[in-house]
Ligand binder design. Structure first.
Ligand code: BG6
Length: 398
């Protein structure tokens, strides 16, 4: 399905746009990545105004967006703080006008949007700019109010987006924000030894997602989970650290596309109240990767099982390698092994598939879930490299 012409309306028998766009993620990411990768492991974002000297003046990053784009924005915090050691605040755009936005001339303010037309995101960018911040748009729609308003633009080249619920734009945004984190780190002479390894690793992400989507058990397992969840009216998705945005995104997709009341939650916080909800009536989906798993998660998994909660584990390990968890998991959902930094972008894929199949099982129109106040505009970005429109400070090289 990847690589299908992406401007046709679904006809009888064609897959819905939502599913089609899930499978277009490898090529969306490959296009997005290609525009930034130069020779010799260079990241091509280094033209003014994203030159080293300007980037070194950045003391704080402030990232804002709505909906799924907000979850992509959340992924940036982990990488910008870890790789570039710059304090990063991520805020839903609708909240930006509700309190004093603490940004100034030393702030890099980034607005993330598929359409470039979300009114709250535009207002947040304007506010940041009026306070002196350098404003950057991460946007899929090259010809949009956001690209006009921002001082610089980094494009996602996810192509035309026709499903209301965002998938390929989301992973493309996460990738661009990760590359921005790398670029910020590079400007500070961090990651000197690890640079090549990091770039190599990020450049393999389209392939890794292709592998995840092609993995024989993944979609049948997602169907199994969807059929299982169909018998329930609620679910929780638990995660820690950099996987939290994926838990929130998965829960958003389950609500929007499949009308299942789902909550993404921090595993470490679940024991502070929400545990009261745990039981046979509330399935739990948990990310469980051996190198990130800790005593809190393990203890929680066993406690949830003791309370009778159905447990679905998304893991790279498989039941043979992880017999302790295998003994309590109702369903194991396998993912390919990927480096930890890239894991969020891969880990969201099964949640997208589960949301699609649950929506399908429930007979819902997955392309028009009706859960958004946004007008149906700006979902027409053209895809492919070279489709950038200049603006008053673009860093994208032709
Ligand atoms: C919502 C869409 O209405 O708007 C989401 O359903 C999207 O998919 C959100 O993430 C924000 O839109 P945009 O275009 O600013 O990314």
């Amino acid at each position: 399905m990847d690589g299908m012409a992406n401007n046709a309306a679904p006809k009888n028998g064609d897959p819905p746009f939502f599913l089609k766009e899930i499978y277009e993620q490898p090529s969306a990411l490959a296009y997005t990545l290609a525009q930034f990768l130069g020779h010799n492991f260079q990241l091509k974002m280094n033209r003014p105004p994203l030159d080293d000297q300007s980037l070194r003046q950045v003391k704080k990053a402030y990232i804002t967006a709505c909906g799924t784009s907000y979850h992509a924005a959340m992924t940036a915090r982990y990488l910008i703080e870890e790789l570039a050691q710059i304090p990063t605040v991520v805020e839903p755009a609708s909240e930006c006008g509700c309190h004093h936005m603490l940004v100034d001339e030393s702030t890099l303010a980034v607005a993330v949007s598929q359409s470039g037309r979300s009114p709250d995101t535009l207002a947040a960018l304007d506010l940041a700019r009026s306070r002196g911040a350098f404003t950057l748009a991460v946007v899929n729609e090259s010809d949009s109010p956001l690209t006009e308003a921002a001082m610089g633009t980094l494009l996602t080249l996810a192509g035309k987006v026709q499903s209301k619920a965002s998938t390929k734009a989301f992973t493309s945004q996460s990738l661009v924000l990760a590359l921005l984190g790398l670029r910020l780190a590079q400007s500070r002479n961090l990651l000197r030894k690890e640079w090549r390894q990091e770039i190599e690793s990020f450049s393999r992400i389209p392939e890794m997602i292709r592998e995840a989507l092609g993995k024989r058990e993944l979609e049948p397992k997602a169907i199994e989970v969807a059929q299982f969840l169909n018998g329930y009216s609620q679910a929780f998705i638990l995660a820690r650290g950099h996987l939290l945005p994926m838990a929130l995104e998965g829960a958003l997709k389950l609500k929007e596309v499949a009308r299942l009341h789902a909550e993404g939650y921090l595993a470490g916080e679940f024991g502070h109240g929400p545990l009261a909800m745990a039981g046979p009536q509330a399935p739990i989906i948990m990310f469980s990767f051996s190198d990130e798993r800790d005593a809190t998660c393990l203890a929680l998994a066993f406690e949830l099982k003791a309370r009778g909660a159905p447990l679905i584990l998304i893991t790279e390990d498989g039941p043979k390698k992880d017999q302790a968890l295998a003994s309590i998991a109702d369903i194991f959902l396998p993912l390919p092994q990927v480096p930890s930094r890239l894991r969020p972008m891969v880990a969201v894929i099964p949640l997208q598939l589960i949301a699609y199949h649950l929506g399908h099982v429930r007979g819902l129109d997955v392309d028009h879930p009706g859960g958004t106040l946004q007008p149906d505009v700006g979902r027409q970005a053209e895809g492919g490299p070279g489709l950038r429109k200049g603006n008053n400070g673009s860093m994208i090289h032709p």
